[in-house]
Design a protein around this ligand. Structure first.
Ligand code: ATP
Ligand code: MG
Length: 411
């Protein structure tokens, strides 16, 4: 083997052992030589390539658009401009598809004159496949994520619905317990009140009789304290009678007899029934005369009497009592505000409970009965209070009333 042949064999072996495909073209784009890996990538034999223009070689194995890309790049290179990598899919005769990346360059002689073109090809099929797989996985994940988010949203909505339902249930339950307690108290109060009325009547009669006899004897003058004690007995009997009357009135709340009623009139009549002390300044802001709500005037008046009485009782040192009404979307709102003691935080949840009282002479039925009346009107009553500053009771009454037909009659 001559030296030249030996060198050739050596460089061929070198080129064939590379992983990349190498192609050498003349300046017209005709293929001069290729290595083994390139042939494998193209799925062609050496004689199907060498000596032919590259464009012609590519014709049967790539899409026409790719050929245009290749000739554009060759043109660019010949014009002296740099060219980047070209990616293309080669389809072998047996249908195998291979994605390759081609890095083209110009080979120049010592004077810088272009002498040939060099193409380095790399099989990137596997990389592409992995990239695609990652992208697919990503899309899948995104879709799953989206689904999860939607499910989460749905769950949250159901949860909120459940919570609302729960709250409604609790409220209904509390209302029921309150009505039942009221009914039980009412029954007891009715019985006891009735039983006590007769002995109290007898005591009152006896006192009257003794007083009459005393007036005609000289004992009154000799023992003036006897008359004094008789007056005390009389007063206490009167107070006891009043408590019984209150108790009976408090616990007998019937079904509301609803009629269109001017708001102003109900408030005025309630105010007429509560003595307002001189040290309490009254402020009224009642809106137009004509405004009507459909209510049981007697019952709502009872509610106002209870709430206003409480307000006055909360201001033993005097203060300001404000009653105001305003129209909301489909209900009327009435505020009774005092500048009294306020309600301690730990009592705020209890003021509507039957028999809850902090007053020495209180029974603790005023607000319980008021709430039961407002509930039966399909309205709301609530308190806002700050200790030492005062309290506002807000009553809301629907302007159009669907009175619950099934509300239980309490006696
Ligand atoms: N305006 C108010 N300011 C401060 N506390 C109040 C006010 N209204 C009610 N309360 C508190 O709520 C409690 C319950 O009131 P409620 O009217 O039901 O009963 P009461 O006034 O104690 O007795 P009564 O049965 O004679 O009305 C009161 O004892 C008081 O502690
Ligand atoms: Mg009260």
């Amino acid at each position: 083997m001559g030296e030249l042949e030996e060198a050739r064999a050596y460089s061929e072996a070198l080129l064939n052992s590379m992983a990349d495909g190498i192609g050498v073209l003349d300046l017209e784009g005709k293929v001069i030589d290729v290595n083994e890996p390139l042939l494998q990538m193209m799925g062609l034999k050496k004689e199907e390539i060498v000596g032919l223009p590259l464009i012609q070689v590519l014709g049967p194995v790539v899409e026409p658009a790719e050929i245009e890309k290749v000739s554009a790049t060759i043109g660019q290179l010949m014009a002296g401009a740099p060219a980047g990598f070209i990616e293309m899919v080669i389809t072998h005769k047996d249908g195998t598809r291979v994605t390759i990346s081609i890095g083209p360059s110009v080979v120049r002689d010592a004077q810088g004159k272009p002498v040939m073109l060099l193409a380095v090809m790399r099989d990137i099929t596997e990389r592409k496949r992995m990239e695609q797989e990652i992208q697919d996985k990503n899309e899948q994940l995104n879709a799953q994520n989206e689904e999860l988010r939607a499910t989460e949203e749905e769950l949250r909505a159901s949860n909120e619905e459940l919570q609302a339902a729960n709250e409604e249930l609790t409220e209904t339950q509390e209302q029921l317990i309150r009505s039942e307690r009221l009914a039980a108290i009412g029954q007891l109060a009715g019985g006891v009140g009735h039983e006590l009325r007769n002995p109290l009547g007898a005591i009152k009669n006896a006192v009257y009789y003794i007083k009459g006899k005393l007036a005609k004897s000289d004992l009154a003058e000799k023992e003036p304290r006897v008359l004094e004690f008789l007056d005390i007995v009389d007063d206490e009997v009167n107070i006891s009678n009043k408590i019984i009357t209150d108790l009976l009135g408090f616990s007998r709340v019937g079904k509301p007899l609803v009629m269109p009623t001017p708001v102003r009139k109900v408030v005025k009549e309630a105010l007429a029934r509560v003595p307002i002390p001189e040290n309490v300044a009254l402020n009224e802001n009642l809106g137009p005369d004509s405004k009507e709500v459909a209510v049981d005037a007697g019952q709502i008046q009872q509610v106002l009497v209870n709430v206003i009485t409480n307000a006055v009782q909360a201001m033993p040192e005097g203060g300001k009592l404000t009653i105001s009404t305003r129209e909301r979307k489909d209900f009327l709102e009435l505020d009774v505000t005092d500048t009294g003691s306020g309600i301690a935080d730990e009592n705020k949840g209890k003021v509507f409970d039957p028999l809850f009282t902090t007053r020495a002479k209180g029974i603790g039925l005023g607000l319980a009965v008021s709430k039961s009346i407002i509930d039966r009107h399909g309205g709301q009553i609530e308190a806002k209070s700050a200790v030492g500053k005062g309290t506002t009771f807000t009553i809301r009454l629907p302007l159009e009333i669907p009175v619950q037909e099934d509300s239980v009659e309490k006696q």
